[in-house]
Design a protein around this ligand. Sequence first.
Ligand SMILES: [Zn+2]
Length: 245
Amino acid sequence: MPILTYHHIGMCPPEERDHSGLWVAPENFEQQLAWLRAKGFVGLRVSELARVLREGRSVPTRWVVITFDDGWRDNYTTAWPLLQRYSFPATIFVTTAKLREGLPSDSGNDMMSLAEMLELVANGIEIGSHTRSHPKLTRLSDESAHDEIAGSREDLAKMLGEPPVSFAYPYGAFSRRIEKIVREAGYLAAVSTIRDNRVRSDQIYHLPRVMVMGSTTLSRFAYMFSIAYHAVHSWKNLRRWRGGR
Ligand SMILES: [Zn+2]
């Protein structure tokens, strides 16, 4: 069963060019949540899935993990009310140097604020780290990568009162070297952009995900949960990742 990746929930603003595909319309998101509810899927947070995988505990047959990358404000204003309506938890990965802290809401920064993040946490949403400044980690020195990975964990520990458990690689860029830094910083799990809808415990620091786009129809969404999707992608991944790492 999949870990889903979302970015924005909302109508794509006309000035958005590069990332217009990452905007999922609220009515599509709601349809997807209704489908998950109707099919009896149990929502987990990344931290819960990590514990299940680490401890070899059993998991409901039909589970789904809903994740959001980057910490956009629409996750709070638009996604969260829908998640509440359908009783699904989620994990939101934030870049700690980009939070809208202390800025007026018209400053052009459309990230969540600390107050909004705290409200989400109080209501069962998990906050994970997506680094401090969203760099491509594989291009950084050990020292700089450590600052982004461990530093953002310290930032969140100060903001939220306890350190985050989960991490997401910006641009999905990871390597054995970067994974080691993530593990040593104290995270229990990390999600990647490897495409698959089944997860294994040996993937705990590069868990595969399935990306939901603005163009994802409900039938495509349903396909993303299927064994056929898994068969296609595990074959592709074998070719792509064999030898490389
Ligand atoms: Zn990102």
